[in-house]
Design a binder for this molecule. Structure first.
Ligand code: IMP
Length: 196
């Protein structure tokens, strides 16, 4: 089953491929020859995921998958939220975003650093049907960067029940418990039952 994903983020692509498994032929929009500039101007993860998925609709008849995700920190009233990728500014790197997050939380003790990763996946089937799936992963923000694996805020995020950050877990371990994996598990179940 071929699925075109509305992302250029290689880390997201790898995680999606790993969770979906070999039953699915996951290709990026660029690999499918689709070069479209998507303006993510929604105010929620749901809106942005729909914007990304719908942007590809007129370019392909294959199954389309879009992911919008981010980090919501309780002490920051849900920030960076939908602005997670550009928390430290328009072309911010992961390092800059992590540095800003640490600085915003510098006076916040460990017990008040709760946070969650959220992922919304939107699937558009060839018949035009749209389906939304949500995955959430609760945890807290570490006092310093730990680990080199993953991407984004992974070196700062400690999932509830573990001592290591996502940045210290292997891809296999992260892909069992992450917000993205949880949303993808629901999506896979629907696709397998639908056999589209
Ligand atoms: P998006 O590409 O607009 O969905 O932005 C997602 C942003 O949220 C990324 O650039 C990261 O900063 C952050 N993010 C989402 N998922 C993860 C994850 O699994 N690990 C670390 N950071 C993530």
């Amino acid at each position: 089953m071929k699925i075109v994903i509305a992302t250029g983020n290689e880390h997201k692509k790898d995680e999606i491929k790993a969770v979906l498994g070999s039953e699915f032929d996951v290709v990026t929009m660029k690999e499918e020859g689709i070069y479209v500039d998507i303006v993510e101007d929604g105010t929620t993860f749901e809106e942005n995921a729909l914007i990304k998925a719908r942007a590809l609709k007129k370019y392909t008849k294959e199954i389309i998958l879009a992911d919008d995700s981010g980090l919501a920190v309780d002490a920051l009233e849900g920030k960076p939220g939908v602005y997670s990728a550009r928390y430290a500014g328009e072309n911010a790197t992961d390092e800059m975003n992590n540095e800003k997050l640490l600085s915003e939380l510098k006076d916040v003790p460990m017990e008040n650093r709760s946070a969650k990763f959220v992922c919304i996946m939107v699937l558009i089937l060839p018949n035009g049907e749209e389906h939304l799936f949500k995955g959430e992963c609760k945890g807290s923000i570490d006092l310093r960067l730990n680990g080199q694996n993953g991407f984004g805020y992974d070196p700062l995020f400690i999932v509830d029940g573990l001592k290591e950050t996502f940045g210290e877990l292997s891809a296999k371990e992260k892909n069992k418990i992450s917000h993205r994996a949880l949303a993808l598990d629901k999506l896979t179940e629907m696709l397998m039952n639908n056999k589209c």
